[in-house]
Write a protein that binds this ligand. Structure first.
Ligand code: HPA
Length: 273
């Protein structure tokens, strides 16, 4: 298990590599959505391998590095590639970057992901603001001795996603004629895609989209008091909704196709918050 001193060491290294640049917002770029990083002018590039105790990205479309610079008038730290439980990292490892970001003073998080649409009113290529999540029995990143410096043993999760941020993002995207859904994200560890029976069960439970990330990060971020915006790109309809199999390539391709649009909205969102 990681100890508080390990997070301090990771944060110290990150801070040193940033060389006096103090970011205010952490942005996690999901599958195929890494292009936002290209919008930073001469960014500082910090591979995860340079941060002690931090794991590396192995998922396709995830580069595994921090980028730092200015975007939309804000000082941002981006994760070009995240860490997933299905890669074999622990849930605690997957949220390590959130916690070191908090330690260097970042208290805002924008998290993006690719997900399967469960709500049949959704179409691939559309966006969903995450209003809440369902995790049920998947491993919780806060399991283990509580680190009181981050937050309480039993953190409240009544409102994980910030309403003001949701409204601001919606306004920005709708100005461009975008359909912006609002819904519940169901977290599955993966790596296998869900079965049609699982998707039917999730729908009954109130889920609108399903994915393999984001929730551990948001739990850790709320635990340490961060304001969060969660944006899902529906890359495909979830298993069993259409009469065709799911593929990882389809997810990456849909991510790439939407990357430019989503990057525009995130940039404009940063300008108004
Ligand atoms: N299921 C789980 N994760 C996903 C999906 C899906 O259908 N699409 C993109 N990520």
């Amino acid at each position: 298990m990681l100890e508080y001193k390990d997070y301090l060491e990771g944060a110290g290294a990150l801070s040193e590599k940033l060389g006096g640049f103090v970011p205010e917002i952490l942005i996690i770029l999901g599958s195929g959505l890494g292009d936002l990083g290209e919008r930073l002018d001469r960014p500082a590039i910090i591979p995860y391998s340079e941060i002690p105790h931090m794991r590396f990205s192995t998922a396709p479309g995830h580069k595994g590095r921090f980028l730092a610079g200015e975007l939309g008038g804000k000082r941002v730290l981006m994760m070009q590639g995240r860490l997933h439980f299905y890669e074999g990292w622990s849930a605690e490892d997957a949220v390590f970057p959130i916690r070191i970001a908090r330690l260097i003073g970042i208290d805002k998080l924008i998290v993006t992901n690719a997900a399967g649409g469960i709500n049949e009113a959704y179409k691939p290529g559309e966006l969903m603001l995450i209003s809440d999540f369902i995790k049920l029995n998947a491993v919780n990143p806060l399991v283990g001795p509580n680190i009181d410096e981050f937050g309480p043993r039993f953190p409240d999760m009544t409102r994980v996603f910030d309403r003001e941020y949701m409204a601001a993002f919606r306004k920005t995207a709708e100005k461009h004629g975008e359909t912006v859904h609002e819904g519940v994200y169901f977290y599955c560890t993966g790596p296998q895609y869900e079965t049609p029976a699982e998707i039917r069960a999730m729908r009954i439970l109130g889920a609108d989209a399903v994915g393999m990330s984001t929730v551990p990060e948001c739990i850790a971020a709320r635990h340490c008091g961060m304001r969060i915006l969660g944006v899902t790109l529906v890359t495909n309809m979830a298993a069993g909704i259409l009469d065709k199999p799911l593929s990882g390539e389809e997810v990456i391709e849909a991510g790439k196709a939407a990357s430019e649009r989503l990057s525009n909205y995130v940039t404009e969102f940063l300008e108004v918050i």
